[in-house]
Design a protein around this ligand. Sequence first.
Ligand SMILES: CC/C=C\C/C=C\C/C=C\C/C=C\CCCCC(=O)SCCNC(=O)CCNC(=O)[C@H](O)C(C)(C)COP(=O)(O)OP(=O)(O)OC[C@H]1O[C@@H](n2cnc3c(N)ncnc32)[C@H](O)[C@@H]1OP(=O)(O)O
Ligand SMILES: Cc1cc2nc3c(=O)[nH]c(=O)nc-3n(C[C@H](O)[C@H](O)[C@H](O)COP(=O)(O)OP(=O)(O)OC[C@H]3O[C@@H](n4cnc5c(N)ncnc54)[C@H](O)[C@@H]3O)c2cc1C
Length: 615
Amino acid sequence: MLSKREVFDGVPEEYLSHKERYENAIRNSVVAFSLVRKMQEEGKTSINNYRDVVGGLLGSSVLRDGSPLGLHYIMFMPAILNQANEEQQEKWLPRAWNCSIIGSYAQTELGHGTFIRGLETTATYDAATKQFVLHSPTLTAYKWWPGGLGQTANYCIVVAQLYTKGQCHGIHSFIIQVRDEETHMPLPGIKIGEIGAKLGLNAVNNGFLGFDNYRIPRTNMLMKHAQVLEDGTYVKSRHSKLNYGAMVFVRVVIVFDMVNYLSKAVTIATRFSAVRRQCQLKAGETECQILDYVTQQHKLFVSIAAAHAFRITANKLWLTFNEVNEQLVEGNLQRLPELHALACCLKAVTTADTAACVERCRLACGGHGYMMSSSLPLTYGLVTAACTYEGENTVLLLQTARFLVKTYQQLDSKALTPTVAYLKTAAAERFCVGWSNTTEGIIRGFQVVAMRVIIMSTFNEEVQEMSRTVSPQLKEVLHQLVDLYCTYWALEKLSDLLLYTPISQKEVESLRLRYEETLTNLRPNAVGLVDAFDLRDEMLQSTLGSYDGRVYERLMEEAMKSPLNAEPMLQSTLGSYDGRVYERLMEEAMKSPLNAEPVNYTFHKYLKPFMQGKL
Ligand SMILES: CC/C=C\C/C=C\C/C=C\C/C=C\CCCCC(=O)SCCNC(=O)CCNC(=O)[C@H](O)C(C)(C)COP(=O)(O)OP(=O)(O)OC[C@H]1O[C@@H](n2cnc3c(N)ncnc32)[C@H](O)[C@@H]1OP(=O)(O)O
Ligand SMILES: Cc1cc2nc3c(=O)[nH]c(=O)nc-3n(C[C@H](O)[C@H](O)[C@H](O)COP(=O)(O)OP(=O)(O)OC[C@H]3O[C@@H](n4cnc5c(N)ncnc54)[C@H](O)[C@@H]3O)c2cc1C
């Protein structure tokens, strides 16, 4: 059995080289995911409900900057579950589930990420040999970004343009072996490596992948929805977008991820704000806690409310996802567009808001928030990536807008699906006959705004659920959070409300007062509210947010761990670009020390024994 997490001579991750960071990540990941395998063996997690277990690990302090094995669970396995037929699932799922193969998900290319109908990788069917020929016709056709593909995965799901009998049938998914299972060497016809250092997630080992007329069996096309028969006949799917299912799943999971990161950041910043004393409210008094400043409360408290709002929303979205997928199994595709629009909208909104809130938490901690040891910069790097991956936010909001416009156009001719039923009511109250400075009044106002601009989504507060299951005291605080969240956004989006609702100047002024009252009302419970997230110090990994409040002692302890305090300069910088983007990106990637060797030693020492169940 492996010893617990090894670090280089006690040097924290921040001081490791790019290569050492990867080697450390492999060591930590095989230990962490050996635990998942143990839970599988004991029946404590299953192939249909491992989200919480894996999600908890991927957000934990052990894998704090991601894992080379993350995509295996996040997309490789869900893609097989979602797009492989029964025979293919029987062949591949057991090996993926016990990690005797490690997979990734290769869709994005150097030249295309958003416009997936424009992907260039081709899969051409050869009926004579009953094989598909995978090929990357240009440099921009190289797969670029797949997590774990650089040095770790030996299989991946590849999304390519399918050609058979001379005709292109659009993008489809294929399961492809890219490395030898014994030697881990890239297979002939495969060009593979890692793409280099990034803003964050530097333990994920994102890779590139090029094909040179690489042949795979016909049965390696995932054929749950569409098929290619032995003679090359193409059988199309019931719905052209069923192949996009893996992306919908991850967008839903990302909303849960944002809850975890936002809770962590606001816990750190709120606890630090209770410890930090700076300046005086009145001359001659002792310095006050910075948490007592209304400006500090304005920065932080809405993040506490947002963490709860996102958690409630994530749970509701997960229920919708499972409902719609059960209907898909029965052949009922009616709610697929709504699920797609909802997943797009909530992934975009929660990632953008979380990135903004985490940055605000950092700013609220002054210079100490800028220290890596606070864990706030690392958290920001993780959440800001989510605004881009799994669908760039702008593009996903446009998808939601497209769905809402279509829904509005069919308002009188088609029954509305549950999450847009409010449009009927908002349409009836075309100009929102009255305004009230209550939670319900604000929600109704936004429904009217949404109705009028058809691009705002609204959220359903689960207030009724809270009144059934919580004590009067807790209900009062949760209502304060609901009030805070609504009045905050009413004030943030005041221009829309002024444009589309009859809110008066007087009501805006009282809304402002109400907002400040709510901040004051929440102040006594602020630390208790973040303590309620129940995030252990090991999870927070933060000098500022530890439960015992020993901020300064911890800052100094961490500072003394820097090798710079023990020896002279270590650092070097990279060159800049001359405008030849794709060639330069590839040249930079090839500078990675990880690409200097075909197989990193951690494969033979850790990964292979892990995959063979010998750990
Ligand atoms: C189990 C794990 C547990 C815990 C994990 C813990 C943490 C996990 C958290 C984070 C994850 C970590 C790492 C993430 C790794 C990220 C991996 C990636 O990034 S993979 C690559 C992702 N790439 C994308 O998302 C590409 C974005 N682009 C698109 O999706 C599409 O191009 C588009 C923008 C949707 C447009 O598609 P297209 O051009 O084909 O379609 P149209 O716009 O013309 O619309 C036509 C029609 O189709 C409908 N539609 C589009 N997409 C879907 C869909 N997915 N489902 C259903 N329907 C869809 C659209 O609504 C239109 O319908 P119509 O209006 O015609 O009725
Ligand atoms: C950390 C990380 C991990 C990733 N992991 C994976 C992975 O494992 N597998 C994988 O396949 N991919 C992965 N990706 C790739 C990711 O899915 C793409 O980066 C994403 O889909 C965006 O595509 P792009 O980068 O090509 O940007 P582009 O599509 O080129 O978009 C660039 C910008 O152009 C604008 N834009 C583009 N299209 C439109 C439009 N229609 N309307 C308006 N504006 C538009 C937007 O401002 C957008 O930000 C990862 C990315 C990151 C950052």
